[in-house]
Design a protein around this ligand. Structure first.
Ligand SMILES: Cc1ncc(COP(=O)(O)OP(=O)(O)O)c(N)n1
Ligand code: 3NM
Ligand code: MG
Length: 196
């Protein structure tokens, strides 16, 4: 089962910093590194997460997920073009897939993912996303078609957590609401308490 609060970070140092706040599910989404530097950051993230009992999801890098024996990988629609799903399955890597439309949802479901992400629920702040916002009603629509865990992402704030979980999201994924807060650890703790 996925933890109901899911944070995306771009540096493994966030994981050490927010572990004491009760963080249990985190994605390492690194867009500004490649080669050895990327490998080192992912390895560091996995080490910290394992030591702290945190589930870590690697974003994008399917081959590194296999090489580093990661438990989880997140793939977007474009990432699906390259990724070797059979090799990932053989390696025991669990997979989450992004969806923005019902057509993308149908395609994603054909890969039998371990979670589906729906977004953007609201206008995304941590990334430009050129799709219309789906709102709580989008979550309810997806919920009727999805039996695996459903992750909601995009512009989500803590104050919307109850409504979005009632609409059918199993887990709420955020960047800005926590990382841009004046006190990210306090905001993370508030998320954990609100989604218990
Ligand atoms: C939980 C979650 N949902 C959606 C995304 C976006 O993935 P993608 O479309 O591949 O875009 P990038 O994150 O790679 O820019 C995500 N990362 N996590
Ligand atoms: C990385 C990402 N993917 C999205 C999607 O809709 O696929 S929205 C998003 C960014 C979410 O950041 P924030 O919580 O700051 O809005
Ligand atoms: Mg991606």
């Amino acid at each position: 089962m996925l933890h109901p609060f899911y944070l995306i970070v771009d540096d493994p140092q966030w994981i050490s910093r927010l572990a004491p706040a009760g963080l249990k599910l985190v994605q390492l989404r690194i867009k500004n590194k490649s080669g050895d530097a990327l490998m080192q950051s992912l390895r560091q993230g996995l080490t910290v997460a394992r030591n702290e009992g945190i589930t870590l999801v690697i974003n994008d890098h399917w081959q590194l997920a296999i090489d580093l024996k990661a438990e989880w990988l997140h793939l977007g629609q474009e990432d699906l073009e390259d990724a070797d799903l059979k090799a990932l399955r053989r390696a025991g890597v669990r997979i989450g897939i992004s969806t923005h439309t019902l057509d993308e949802l149908d395609r994603a479901l054909s890969f039998e993912p371990d979670y589906i992400a729906i977004g953007p629920v609201f206008p995304a702040r941590g990334k430009q996303v050129d799709y219309p916002s789906l709102g709580a009603s989008g979550i309810a629509k997806w919920r009727q078609k999805v039996t695996c865990p459903l992750v909601a992402i995009g512009g989500i704030r803590l104050e919307q957590a109850t409504e979005l979980r009632a609409a059918g999201a199993d887990s709420l994924c955020v960047i800005t609401d926590v990382l841009a807060d004046v006190d990210p650890a306090a905001r993370c703790r508030a998320w954990i308490n609100a989604t218990l």
